[in-house]
Design a binder for this molecule. Structure first.
Ligand code: PLP
Ligand code: ZN
Length: 399
């Protein structure tokens, strides 16, 4: 097992830093950062791709070459290795040749966020940090709490009090310290930064810690492995802060730089209508916050998406497809997905299918389209419950 060498490279000014020279953002670009604007100076891990080329073999593939933390620091937590499913039902529904689903809702805590939390906790083991702090709409927090419990670390979590109950229950049962914020996710983000500045600990906020992107990229490495060293033509991704889509991009980018794939798939950004700052930024070239993000898809509900710049270039570099979906379209897609594939996805992840339905004409040019289903439906049953009526009970001699 060998790990590739890497340096951190600033995504804004392109300055490079040694691994332990920086921890969060590029110190130069982050100088005038204040909460309430998208992050500047987000760091990416730049690997020694020539080294990977020399050492990676398809016969005996060693993906730790692409890892920014050594395996010896990994917690005992079964992250990733989620199923890749070929769905003939969705292929015919969408009129597309080949629709695939990567079902990341089967991660241990129920969402793709386990991948990011896993790598940041591994980093905390390497750095001997005992406390990890995070702001979250719910899933990053439940993932962090879960991985921390397996690694014997302490998690301190800031979440809006409106987060779905199952996510709050997870956080508490995994043993984290929970701070319920009487405010939005954006408020929780700012508070958690103040907390680590004043009281220390390792901050796991999405994009703020560069290894959140590195952790999320493992989903692309897995897709590549599961498709026999090939990649789909397009990947449809639900987008909130824009870190999952940046991670998906980074995984494919690394594979391309290592000479293992020829082309990065077209990454399609799906956002909720009232929380579409990144999609508007891509379409208009001008950034503005989502004033009032009010969507049932809590995991993609954000006013100021932290990784707006990187998400924008991921989309622009790969085909420039964006789509906004309404809550109604999300709920319909949730029902279709569950009743045709057996996959129950939380609202944010059902947005993926809602987006694919809306864009099905544009997707026709692709041979294979992968829908990234990021979170498990059991994390939020109150939302679909509002539209479900149970049949009246029958007496026990009914049949
Ligand atoms: C966090 C999350 C997203 C959105 O990811 P971003 O990095 O915020 O864009 C989508 N789906 C689920 C289930 C999530 O938890
Ligand atoms: Zn910089």
């Amino acid at each position: 097992m060998i790990m590739g060498n890497f340096v951190y490279k600033c995504s804004s000014c392109l300055r490079e830093y040694k691994r332990d020279e920086v921890r969060y953002l590029c110190p130069v670009c982050a100088m005038d950062y204040r909460p309430g604007i998208p992050l500047k100076g987000v760091l990416t891990a730049k690997f020694d791709y020539e080294f990977i080329k020399r050492h990676f073999s398809k016969k005996n593939p060693d993906f730790s070459l692409f890892s920014a933390v050594e395996r010896q620091f990994f917690p005992d937590y079964p992250v990733g290795n989620t199923p890749l499913i070929k769905s003939s039902a969705l292929s015919s529904l969408l009129g597309l040749e080949n629709v695939l689903i990567k079902y990341d809702g089967l991660n241990p805590s129920g969402s793709l966020k386990d991948r990011a939390s896993f790598l940041v906790v591994a980093e905390s083991v390497r750095l001997k940090e005992e406390r990890i702090v995070c702001a979250s709409t719910g899933n990053a927090a439940s993932a962090l709490a879960a991985v921390c419990s397996s690694a014997g670390k302490k998690a301190v979590i800031f979440v809006p009090k409106t987060a779905p109950k199952a996510k709050l229950v997870q956080i508490i049962l995994y043993g984290a310290e929970i701070i319920l914020v009487d405010g939005t996710y954006d408020d929780a983000f700012a508070m958690s930064l103040r907390f680590t500045q004043k009281r220390g600990g390792l901050n796991r906020n999405t994009a703020y810690h560069p290894l959140t992107i590195e952790g999320k990229k493992t989903v692309s490495l897995e897709i590549f492995q599961q498709m026999n060293f090939e990649v789909p033509d397009a990947v449809v991704v639900p987008v909130g802060d824009g870190v999952i889509i940046s991670g998906v991009y980074k995984g494919f980018y690394d594979l391309k730089k290592a000479g293992l794939i020829k082309k990065i798939p077209c990454l399609v950004s799906v956002q909720a209508k009232s929380s579409n700052a990144i999609n508007r930024f891509i379409r208009s070239g001008r950034y503005s916050d989502s004033k009032n993000p009010r969507t049932i898809a809590d995991s993609i509900s954000v006013s100021t998406p932290s990784n707006a710049y990187m998400a924008k270039s991921a989309v622009e570099n790969t085909g420039n497809l964006t789509v906004d979906v309404s809550d109604d379209e999300i709920l319909k897609a949730q029902k279709i997905l569950a009743s045709t594939t057996g996959i129950f996805a939380e609202p944010s992840s059902s947005a993926t299918l809602a987006g694919a339905i809306k864009l099905k004409m544009e997707l026709k040019k692709f041979k294979s389209v992968l829908l990234l289903v990021t979170g498990n439906g059991l994390k939020d049953i109150d939302t679909p419950l509002k539209n479900i009526s149970l049949p009246p009970p029958v007496s026990k001699d009914w049949i």
